[in-house]
Design a protein around this ligand. Structure first.
Ligand code: MN
Length: 316
């Protein structure tokens, strides 16, 4: 299929690039990832990135006695990095480079698709019976998006013990913690576990736009309680924010300078033009470019048909 038959493909996403502080709240969308219920926090209807972050799925918390709630068959990616972060449970990642890695809470898996990679994500055979986490995507900038693919596993992201909170940094730098992962844009990704009756002031980069997603319990920013299952966009031009909790809570903090390029998202692809998406889809359907994931026993995910202005339905 070529772009001539379907000239308009994908969802165009641009950074709003707010130049001032604000607090805007956008409801998550309840979706299915296979049989797994997820809340999609990004992209939001306004099709906005937050810094280079272009996708955010929340899954769990859930418990299970049998089966594997996460079972994402081989699927391709271009133009992005996937970032997986767990609060509980386990996920095993395998990819077409031969990488294989079990992710556990406190660790981070970062897969760089570059021009093309295929991967799977599953609940491993040996598991705790629990699953709770997030997956995010980072759009690669134009100069890096055709690079060779790669995969990085960090067993323990840096943790900062503060009087009011424990802070884990899985992307970028916060206070004196730097995530030992290569990203290709400036960005921040952190998990703030605020203690009961805790208070933690944090410095923010004024050139970053930032957003928050409550992961557990109750969290307030600058005295404003944050509703769960909403993405709370903070804008930019903030030099600090104070996080508090009554009973204890966790919140995800993501940010970065407004992404300078408009991206086009379709299925698992982050591109710039419909032609690129059509070519990547044709390569996946034709068995080119992306390789196989031999560690996975089942069949791979077929690409959906190219349709005019398709909504992104990523397989993560
Ligand atoms: Mn994926």
């Amino acid at each position: 299929m070529t772009s001539q038959t379907n000239p308009l493909v994908g969802e165009r996403c641009v950074a709003l690039g707010a130049s001032s502080p604000r607090l805007e709240s956008y409801p998550n969308r309840a979706m299915k990832l296979g049989t797994l219920d997820i809340d999609r926090a990004l992209p939001i209807r306004e099709r906005r990135l937050v810094g280079p972050w272009c996708f955010l799925d929340r899954f769990g918390p859930l418990t299970f006695a049998e089966g594997k709630p996460m079972d994402v068959a081989p699927h391709p990616h271009i133009g992005l990095q996937t970032v997986s972060w767990l609060l509980d449970g386990e996920i095993v990642h395998d990819d077409s480079l031969g990488s294989s890695s079990v992710l556990r809470p406190g660790g981070v898996n970062v897969m760089t698709s570059g021009a093309g990679i295929a991967h799977t994500e599953q609940t491993p055979r040996q598991h705790s019976g629990r699953l709770n986490g997030v997956q995010l995507w980072v759009a690669l900038p134009g100069a890096e998006r055709h690079r060779a693919p790669g995969f990085a596993h960090v067993a323990e992201a840096p943790r900062l013990e503060q009087p009011g909170a424990v802070i884990s940094v899985f992307a970028g730098r916060l206070l004196d913690a730097t995530a030992p992962v290569i990203y290709h844009s400036e960005l921040l990704g952190a998990d703030l576990a605020v203690h009961r009756a805790g208070r933690v002031p944090l410095p923010l980069r004024p050139d970053f736009e930032c957003a928050l997603l409550v992961l557990d319990g109750d969290v307030a920013v600058n005295g404003q309680a944050l509703e769960p299952r909403f993405l709370h966009y903070l804008g930019s031009a903030r030099t600090e924010a104070e996080f508090t909790s009554r009973e204890g809570g966790r919140v995800l903090l993501v940010g970065g300078p407004p992404f300078p390029e408009a991206i086009l998202m379709w299925w698992n692809f982050v591109a710039r033009t419909p032609e690129e998406i059509a070519a990547a889809r044709a390569d996946w359907e034709g068995g080119h470019r992306f390789g196989d994931v031999p560690a996975y026993a089942g069949s791979r995910l077929p690409a959906p048909p190219l349709v005019r202005m398709a909504r992104p339905e990523p397989a993560s």
